[in-house]
Design a protein. Structure first.
Ligand code: UDP
Length: 430
């Protein structure tokens, strides 16, 4: 959270959560009234979310905001974390990579470390509520605490892409997951035909009131531009992403080089670099090499917790790119669309849920495709404006935190009705 003085200087405050009434200004009173009506229909009021960290990462971020909103709606909502140690987190990181890439990289020791720490958590942490949301693989083993003689509902909420998992890790987890009442995935193609429990689609969301997305004074945006030596008068093309091959930063530079030979513009590739991610360092080095000698390509290392600066860079952009070749959901796309930016993005993961090609942005498959679309939008600002406007409407309708809250409430009700609908409807077209 931050406060600004008139000159765009910023005084940092701890991040804060918001009341539902504050969201009414954005999504309308009716959505808030609907949330209250639906929550009032939930008879089993206690709900607990469990994941593996209180800080860092998108899951913690959304639980930090969602839990108080559930409480405000009259639910007895809480959030717990399991404890881990180094060997446990090494194991779960290996599982994460194996599940997302399909690579057989897991050792027997990883499974043993996971089971040992899970047993400790089962001993030390009591998970007890009418509805239990277990987030991601790390706490999946907590299902052993399910009270078999009760009406408890346990839901496994998967935030990662398990469409092509390493079979050893997937079958290890499927033993846990099949004991749940239901599972939730972020995109239709992440669902699993071999699960024996109902699967629901609930896309992630962004918080329009968070520092990453809220309105900013122009004076602050200007300060960020001058901090990074960016020229406000030239078109600015931006991709904000971890330095990761999946985000195709080299492809972004190649596409930009094609466009900038016709239209003078600037490229920002901004992202963070974790010391413990050797691949990130390698990708960053390759990006620097590809940008060598180019004053119009700005490779920015953005420290963690720079939400306001990321917000400002997205807002200052003429076009936002997310040229991923593999993606989970792609929250940066929703973030940019919410700022009414025309977005050109890879047709992968959850991105096609957010972008209807030619209506709320452009989907691309190649460097040449990205270059063609960039060139077209720079030459046709009226089209860029329309894509941005429609993109924002789409995010307002489908990808704000209030919609995710609504989906969770509906799921809690749906699981206790006989007429269970296994897959929730895909996003609505505004
Ligand atoms: N992000 C950030 N700093 C960076 C790069 C990205 O805070 O240097 C944020 C970005 O704004 C978004 C999230 O991290 O909110 C990335 O989510 P996304 O789903 O786009 O990709 P992921 O990194 O999870 O693959």
């Amino acid at each position: 959270m931050a406060e600004f003085d008139d000159g765009g200087s910023v005084k940092m405050m701890p991040q804060k959560t918001h009341k539902l009434s504050e969201y009414a200004l954005i999504v309308g009173e009716q959505v808030i009234a609907d949330l209250h009506t639906i929550a009032a229909n939930i008879e089993q009021k206690s709900v607990v979310h469990v994941n593996s960290t209180k800080t860092g990462g998108g899951v913690a971020e959304i639980l930090f905001r969602l839990t108080p909103l559930m409480s405000e709606l009259g639910l007895n909502a809480s959030w717990d974390v399991i404890r881990g140690d180094q060997s446990f987190f090494e194991a779960t990181k290996t599982f994460h990579n194996a599940l997302q890439t399909g690579m057989k990289i897991t050792k027997q020791k990883n499974f043993e470390d996971f089971e040992r720490k899970t047993a400790e958590n089962l001993r030390d942490l009591r998970v007890d509520a009418d509805t239990v949301f277990i987030h991601d693989p790390q706490p999946a083993g907590m299902i052993a605490q399910r009270k078999l003689d009760s009406d408890q509902k346990w839901i496994w909420r998967c935030h990662i892409d398990v469409s092509n998992p390493a079979s050893d890790v997937w079958s290890f987890f499927a033993r846990y997951i099949n004991k749940y009442d239901a599972s939730i995935f972020s995109a239709p193609q992440f669902g699993r035909s071999d699960l024996q429990i109902p699967q629901f689609l609930v896309s992630p969301s962004i918080d329009p009131l968070a520092d990453k997305n809220r309105e900013l004074p122009q004076s602050y945006i200007d300060r960020v531009l001058s901090k990074y030596a960016l020229k406000a008068e030239k078109p600015l093309i931006t991709q904000i992403s971890r330095f990761d091959y999946a985000k195709d930063p080299i492809g972004v530079i190649e596409a930009f080089k094609i466009v900038s030979s016709h239209i003078e513009s600037e490229l920002v590739l901004g992202g963070s670099l974790a010391d413990d991610d050797p691949e990130g360092l390698e990708v960053h080095a390759k990006v620097l090499k590809a940008a060598e000698g180019r004053k119009d390509i700005h490779v920015l290392l953005i420290p963690p917790f720079s939400d306001l600066e990321i917000n400002a860079l997205q807002r200052a952009s003429t076009i936002v790119l997310q040229k991923s070749v593999k993606e989970g959901f792609g929250l940066t796309v929703a973030e940019a669309l919410w700022k009414s930016k025309p977005v050109i993005a890879g047709a992968t993961g959850g991105i096609p849920l957010q972008i209807k090609n030619g209506l709320s942005g452009y989907l691309v498959h190649t460097v040449e495709g990205a270059a063609y679309r960039m060139h077209y939008l720079l030459r046709n600002p009226d089209v860029a404006e329309k894509l941005g406007r429609y993109g924002r409407a789409n995010v307002r309708q489908n990808f704000l935190i209030t919609r995710q809250l609504m989906d969770y409430l509906l799921l809690m009700i749906s699981l206790r009705r006989k007429e269970l609908v296994p897959i929730l409807a895909p996003p609505r077209v505004p």
